[in-house]
Design a protein around this ligand. Structure first.
Ligand code: ZN
Length: 83
């Protein structure tokens, strides 16, 4: 094993040429890329992994449920309100 090398292949703790600013820029670019994928994804395999209902309102018309969805393809998470 070379000096500065870790057990994880390709991950260097020492001698990493990237500055914190460069890493931040890269994260931002990757986030944008992920958003684009999530925007274009039609979520064909979306899973309703949780449902939370609020039935405790004084005004029953305010009662609602939130469906929690996740997409295994693009890893997007969102909620949907139902009455
Ligand atoms: Zn998706």
């Amino acid at each position: 094993m070379e000096p500065g090398e870790t057990d994880a292949p390709g991950l260097f703790i020492y001698g990493d040429p990237m500055t914190a600013q460069q890493i931040t820029d890269k994260i931002q670019k990757l986030r944008d890329k992920l958003r684009k994928i999530q925007k274009e994804c039609k979520h064909p395999n979306a899973v309703n992994y949780d449902t939370r209902c609020d039935h405790g309102n004084y005004d029953p018309s305010q009662d609602c449920c939130f469906l929690y969805w996740k997409c295994p393809d693009c890893l997007d998470l969102w909620t949907e309100e139902t009455r």
